[in-house]
Design a protein around this ligand. Structure first.
Ligand code: ITT
Length: 185
């Protein structure tokens, strides 16, 4: 059993569904942890783990994700949470108004703490920013993100459809591969 430390229900739904398919049980630990200001998602989870290690017994997982816009050299990236709270999807659409380049990517970094160690896993999903908000599923920036090869936004997709291509699902794949390899050791 792994505790997923997140305040975000949507993340929990996506990860627990995919892990259940691999017969890994996840429980929701709804709490915040300090997020340092840095240029990399990985540094955020590595610092957070130094705090959570003393607070949580047993195995736990944390997820730090961000939306990276090519037009702005990756911004908001590590500042995504702040930008979402202040500007939301409408603000991002405004920033990109008239922009030539609407390419974007989502990134997820997971940190898994087990008795032995900290392991980090990455997932990425490339796509573009829609002209307007579409759909009511998912969370966060999902109504404005169209993954490569799709026409629907993440918010117009079912959980299964988003999980087939998303940044977070790719990170889950890497996590599951690690758990399987460890079992075989
Ligand atoms: P926790 O830190 O408690 O896990 P959070 O929602 O603050 O939850 P992040 O800092 O990782 O999570 O997320 C940064 C922002 O990016 C936040 O506003 C999310 O809503 C958004 N976000 C993350 N993953 C997303 C996804 O798959 N689809 C759309 N938006 C996403």
């Amino acid at each position: 059993m792994i505790a997923f430390v997140t305040t975000n229900e949507g993340k929990f739904r996506e990860v627990s569904t995919k892990l259940a398919e691999a017969h890994v049980k996840l429980v929701h630990e709804d709490r915040t942890y300090p997020e340092i200001q840095t240029d990399r998602l990985e540094k955020v989870v590595r610092f957070a783990a130094t705090i959570l290690d003393d607070q949580i017994r047993g195995d736990y997982l944390i997820d730090d994700s961000g939306l990276f816009l090519e037009e702005f050299g990756g911004f908001p990236g590590v500042y995504s949470s702040y930008v979402y709270k202040r500007l939301a999807c409408a603000g991002v659409l405004k920033l990109l108004h008239g922009a030539r380049n609407r390419a974007a990517r989502f990134e997820t970094v997971f940190l898994l703490r087990t008795s032995e160690e900290h392991d980090v896993f990455h997932g990425e999903c490339r796509g573009s920013i829609a002209e307007r908000e579409r759909g009511s599923g998912g969370f966060g920036f999902d109504p404005i993100f169209v993954p490569e090869g799709a026409t629907k936004t993440f918010a117009e997709m079912t959980l299964t459809e988003k999980n087939a291509v998303s940044h977070r699902a790719r990170a889950v794949d890497a996590l599951v591969a690690h758990l399987l390899a460890r079992k075989e050791r």
